[in-house]
Design a protein around this ligand. Structure first.
Ligand code: ZN
Length: 310
């Protein structure tokens, strides 16, 4: 439970995960607070047409009876506190009732244009204000995505993220109701597994996903749609059952994003997608056997919306 550790102390020396030997078991301690920790071996998870390597890590021997000592950097709440200590913008995050309220924003390539678009349709300055609650300004974009990446990185480093989900409350501005809605973590974050991908797929299908969504997965291929100025980044599909797959594509109009993603083929990434929709169901046949691909899509506009964690 808690944060996965990549280092340990053995007989007073700091060791890396790759230095671990079975003979060290029972003699490993947290490098910061000296609490006993143990080794968890890596393994492979089969995910349809892709094997996922889960890296080995160190964890506490007894989370409840012998947790990290207060102040240790491996305590989840301390890690969360460090992330939010850097944020001064109240529009982005506030601390309330012992929770970090984080506002989610849509990232566009050109927020100024988006705002004008809203203005001409709406009724003057109030719609400008409204859209600012939903869209992040150009100059704030890098800092915003950097913060989201840190939260995502922390989530990925936890072998149980319950504490993080309790501490960090996600909100997204609802223009129709003119208030912030709370977004559940499971509606915001799709780990690369069938249960969560199916949940998000259904959410988009029922038109209940207007907020940004993070998708974790391995990049399979990157291609350009001919003559349309649209680029597609494809994750490895997830097997639902024999002959049926869920298949996520990430669309972008940015050549910059395309070039960046081209260098990341085969790598695990997390994308911060805005604007999602269900695509066509493809049913190609091969040797009289039909395979069903349920396609869905999210969109990104800048390369900082792709988080590479390793
Ligand atoms: Zn510790």
């Amino acid at each position: 439970m808690g944060l996965k550790m990549k280092k340990a102390k053995f007989q007073g020396q700091e060791i890396k995960i790759s230095d671990f030997k079975e003979s060290m078991r029972g003699n490993l301690h947290c490098i910061y607070c000296n609490t006993p920790i143990t080794y968890v071996a890596g393994h492979i998870r089969k995910m349809g047409d892709r094997d996922i390597h889960v890296n080995p890590y160190f964890r506490l021997v007894d989370e409840k009876g012998n947790p990290h000592k207060s102040g240790c950097e491996y305590i989840t709440s301390n890690a969360v506190k460090r992330i939010f200590a850097d944020i001064s913008d109240k529009g982005l995050a506030t601390f309330f009732n012992n929770k970090y309220i984080t506002r989610l924003h849509i990232v566009t390539e050109n927020p100024e244009k988006e705002k004008k678009g809203t203005l001409s349709k709406g009724n003057g300055s109030s719609s400008l204000e409204k859209s600012e609650k939903k869209y992040i300004k150009n100059n704030e974009q890098p800092a915003y995505l950097h913060t989201i990446k840190k939260i995502v990185k922390l989530k990925e480093a936890l072998d149980d993220d319950k504490e993080l989900r309790d501490l960090v409350v996600l909100q997204f501005y609802n223009e129709y109701k003119q208030r912030y809605d709370t977004i559940k973590w499971k509606d915001f974050y799709a780990d690369y597994n069938l249960k969560q991908y199916e949940h998000i797929y259904r959410l988009i299908e029922r038109k209940k996903a207007f907020h940004p969504i993070c998708f974790s997965g391995d990049i399979k291929e990157v291609k350009e749609l001919e003559n349309r100025g649209i680029y597609i980044i494809k994750f490895y599909s997830i097997k639902q059952k024999e002959g049926e797959y869920l298949s996520l594509s990430i669309n972008t109009k940015s050549k910059d994003v395309f070039d960046y993603a081209s260098k990341l083929i085969g790598k695990k990434v997390i994308v911060y997608g805005c604007n999602h929709f269900i695509g066509k169901i493809n049913e190609p046949e091969k040797n009289n056997r039909k395979t069903t691909y349920r396609n869905f899509t999210t969109q990104i506009n800048v390369k900082a919306q792709i988080f590479v964690l390793e």
